[in-house]
Design a protein around this ligand. Structure first.
Ligand code: S3P
Length: 171
């Protein structure tokens, strides 16, 4: 089946392991790895935090859509998307048409542990724990359009990769 899948697209809340897992799966499958956040930084010429501060979230979302469109024009890539990219219908459509969409999840405490020392996420500024709680509530169900959902707090990266590879082989 891996021959038929155009791309594998990871969606999920911040700190669910999209980039970490994406990198490892890409290595495993010998596909290229694309991190949409990194592409945005390159295109904008500044960090995501600076972009949010200077241009605001709406401009960030517009740039994010542009990047998703450009990236999904290509094939045989493992794509890691930003946690909020699923909020726009246009992005969801691009993803559904662009490949196999895998949602990564983790419980609130795991997410907090993974991201609490990270200063690069503008939406978590201030009381990160309270922001995570609020955003998780606001985004409940937002990742449900995925073809497959995997809880990364319950399985090791190696187990998750094995599961995805098996699924691709079985078709
Ligand atoms: C965001 C998640 C971030 C990044 C930006 C906004 C969000 O990506 O795109 O800070 O709205 O959830 P990660 O999910 O890779 O942290």
């Amino acid at each position: 089946m891996s021959g038929k899948v155009q791309n594998i697209i990871f969606i999920g809340f911040m700190g669910t392991g999209k980039s970490t897992l994406g990198r490892m799966l890409a290595e495993h499958m010998q596909w290229s790895f694309v991190d949409c956040d990194e592409r945005i930084v390159r295109k904008a010429g500044m960090s995501i935090a600076d972009f949010f501060a200077q241009h605001g979230e709406a401009a960030f979302r517009a740039l994010e859509t542009e990047v998703i469109q450009e990236v999904l024009y290509n094939q045989q890539q493992i794509v890691s998307t930003g946690g909020g990219s699923v909020l726009l219908e246009a992005n969801r459509e691009l993803m559904k048409n662009g490949g196999l969409v895998i949602a990564l999840t983790a419980d609130k405490d795991t997410i907090i542990q993974r991201v609490k020392h990270d200063t690069g996420r503008p939406l978590l500024q201030g009381d990160a724990e309270a922001r995570i709680e609020q955003l998780l509530k606001e985004r409940a169900g937002a990742y449900d359009f995925a073809d497959l959902t995997i809880d990364t707090a319950q399985e090791s990266i190696e187990q998750v990769i094995q599961r995805i590879m098996q699924m691709l082989e079985e078709g």
